[in-house]
Structure formats: C-alpha cells, structure tokens
Design a protein around this ligand. Sequence first.
Ligand SMILES: [Zn+2]
Ligand SMILES: [Zn+2]
Ligand SMILES: [Zn+2]
Length: 336
Amino acid sequence: MLRITAEIKAVSELSSKLSFVAARRDGRLASLLAGLLLALTPLMAAAEDAAPYIYVLGIAQDGGYPQTNCYQPHCMRAWKDPAHKRLTSSIAIIDHQRGTKYLFDATPDMREQLYQLHIEAPDTSHVLDGVFLTHGHMGHYTGLMHFGREAVGAKSIRVFAMPRMQQFLSNNGPWDQLVGLGNIKLAPMRNGVPVKLSDDVSVLPLAVPHRDEYTETVGFRINGPNKSALFIPDIDKWSKWDTDIRDLVRQVDYALLDATFFADGELGDRDMGEIPHPFVAETMDLFADFAEEDRARIIFIHFNHSNPLLIEGSAAQQEVEARGFRYATEGLRLPL
Ligand SMILES: [Zn+2]
Ligand SMILES: [Zn+2]
Ligand SMILES: [Zn+2]
C-alpha cells in the first residue's frame, strides 16, 4: 500500500508536469492528462485515509471519572449512570497497514482500554508493539500490573521509559517482578531523541516540568507521514517550561494538552498550588491571539473529576468551542 501511495504520487507529479508542457502544444492531451489527475485524486485521498492515526482511549485525570469517594453532584451523575463514566487519559497509535498498535500510558483503566483498542485494531491482526510512559504518577503507569503473572502473563512487551522511570520500575516492587519475569522489556528513551516506529512514524519524548517525586515527566511529539501531534497530559505550568508551547503548537497539527482543571478555585478548600497545572482558562488566554485554524489544533485532555469539560453540553464545553478550541472525547481519531 505504501509503495502504491508513492507510485500514485510520482505518477501524479509526472502528469502535472506533462500537462503543463502539453497544454501549450496540444489542448486535447492536456485535458486527457487533467482527467487522469482527477481520476487519481480519490486514490490519493484513500491512501491518506489508510495512514496511521491516533485513537483516544481515555480523557480523565489519573483518578478517572467518577473519582473514588466523590459523591458531589458532578460525580454522582456518573456513579448513577455508567454511560457517563470516563477512563483515565490515554491514546494509541494504530497502523492498519503494518498491523501494529502502540499505547501511550498504562493507566489504571488499561484493562478496559486494551479491549477498546482490540475492537478498533484486533489482536488477531495487530501486534501491541510498545507502550510509551510519560511519568510515574498513578494514572500513567500502574496499568502495567495487568501484564504480570496474576493476569496476562505477557511476554516481553516493550515499555519505552525515560532513565528515572526505568530505574523506578527496575528497583521497586511489584514492578521489578514484571521486569524480572520478562513480562515487560524496558526500552530506553532519551529526552529529545526520536524513537522510530516505522519508516514514517516517530515518537519524540520532551521533558516537561512536573512534580517529579519518583520519575521525570515527558510529553511526546508524534510525527506521522502527513501530520504530527503533541501529547502533554501533565505539566505544572506553561511558564515553567524552557520550551515555548506557542512555538510548539504552531509546528503540529494536533496538540493534546493538559486540561486537568478548568479554572482556579475548582477544588473548594484544597490548595491548588500543591498540584499545579495550566488551567484551561489560562491556556485559552495564552492562545487567544492565534488564528482560528491554529487555535483549532489545541485539543484539551486529562480532565479532573471536577472539570466541567467532562459534562456534555456544559457551559465550559460551549465556551471552549466558542473560543475556537477543542476537547478530546473517547474514540476520537486523528489521522497522522
Ligand atoms: Zn496525570
Ligand atoms: Zn467528583
Ligand atoms: Zn502527573
């Protein structure tokens, strides 16, 4: 299929050159070639449709939605009606042509998420070729437990981890047992060094400032054949990062960004300074002067149970849309 895509592109380039030359000599030849081009267009579109894509498997913050012990109205609606439940933030890359799939973060909901991934990209035809971890907070790695002896008893699942994360998993139970028994095989990542998944898909870890009690924290830049994406589910504040998020967003097609809290004061009495994140309201202000098409690249994700972006039709969702931004939903597909 890839070869076919390349050939279609070559033929199409050649025919447009030929038609330019021919147009001045022979009108009929030019229109014939123009017709050929038209006929090729749907084929080219189909090739793009077959490109690898990002598949959103979860949108909630580490604790999921509804959250343990929360019986306030915003969570009660989901306790009472499971249709409102949302899984912890995670995405996958699916490549149907190569029969591969990759998971980003192993969440406490990984059991459910691997099933959703199987429905979209069946295990009979797609190999889980790797799991990329952002950091050592509960919502981002504890799902690895399902690969262990008590459950899957997996064999050598590649887990891409930064140096401190590798140390953490290798030297602390129960995770060291997964390493020792070979359920998972740690694959090193370095800040700013791309991991190549195939000829046209690579994943670049980017270190970000966060509460790094046990491990460092990274986001990812994913480069595909046609499009690219950022996935930064956790960061303290944009201003604490030595990279300008505005520059980075300009360089990609999709930016899945930390939207833990919608606005200051959301947690009542709890001091939000202890758990810093960029508020959605702050991020929208930071990008307010971007052109409409650039604002639309930003897709909010990783919502705390208190974040009204979890509630369909909320004023918060309407405000995000009105200001030209987007919010992630489970099952969202983003072609690369
Ligand atoms: Zn998190
Ligand atoms: Zn709640
Ligand atoms: Zn975190």
